[in-house]
Design a protein around this ligand. Sequence first.
Ligand code: NAI
Length: 336
Amino acid sequence: MSKHKITLIPGDGIGPEITRVAVEVIEATGVNVEWESVLAGESALCEYGDPLPDETIASIRKNKVALKGPLTTPVGGGFQSVNLRIRKALDLYANLRPVKKFKGIETPFDNIDMIIVRENTEDLYSGLEHIVVPGVVESLKIITEKASRRISHFAFSIAERWNRKKVTAVHKANIMKLSDGLFLKTVREEAVKHPKIEYNELIVDNAAMQMVINPGQFDILLTENLYGDIFSDLAAGLIGGLGLAPGANIGDEIAVFEAVHGSAPDIAGKNIANPIAIILAGALMLEWIGEVDAARKVEKAVQNVISEGKVRTRDLGGNSSTTEMGEAVIEAMEKL
Ligand code: NAI
């Protein structure tokens, strides 16, 4: 069996607790993984004086795959988001967030199974802000044909690779005629190249309403950076919260897998965080590296644990601990 060398970033807050459990689950699949553990975030700042040391980036670049715990970003002042720095340094231009309803979680909709593909490098996240005159600031929204093209290509490729039926582009090109207009024009050009995948478009405000009245209509949602950020949390809320939502940041050769949620400092160190999102990110990672059977095994075990309902963390209405949840998933895998 081939060995996979994978970079592991435990992260801040609840990160070390939940990544430890995810590692145990991944190892219990039998897949041969050698972990290279490196620091980023507050722990790296304490140890190296830099929240993103060169050796961390070098490790991901070398191994091409990483599992990353959440990283704390100070609000307002302080250091720049390490997540943003990782995405920029490694050109991880696609943010992938599958959102699937689990049997056993009470939500108003039963048929949610979508993937949000979010452009990860530009838009209002380019970090280009300046003070025009005191009391007036300007933030620049950058949209390029190059980035729009590669994210469109990524979305349609994922649709083909995972047998998805439809791509929906989300935009506000009726108002931002140049920026969102360019994004939309580029997506349309890509859509024509994939005639087997149905393609449609929704203006972002309508898309938000559709998301809460009929989320089952969405298959792959293709968005710029800001809309995708908001929609991924909105969609995660529809399936029972952030504790269940995995994500990935993907470039042409490198992919970093993580939970959608943050470092949850309010519950850190208490062994009560839900590890499912990072476990599912691990499953996504297994699929990405070609270990499809192991990925399916993890997903099935998570589904069984959740639908049985005996072991649940506090965010899902139970009293179980982080470690108990991990043990339950491993036990469920053994029964498959
Ligand atoms: P958060 O996602 O950390 O927490 C929001 C709420 O959800 C909190 O009440 C928290 O306790 C709860 N929560 C989050 N994950 C949970 C889990 N696995 N199990 C149970 N409950 C969970 O968002 P917040 O508070 O806005 O951010 C905290 C820090 O995380 C900030 O420094 C932020 O910048 C960072 N962050 C990092 C991300 C990443 O590394 N990818 C993503 C989002 C935020």
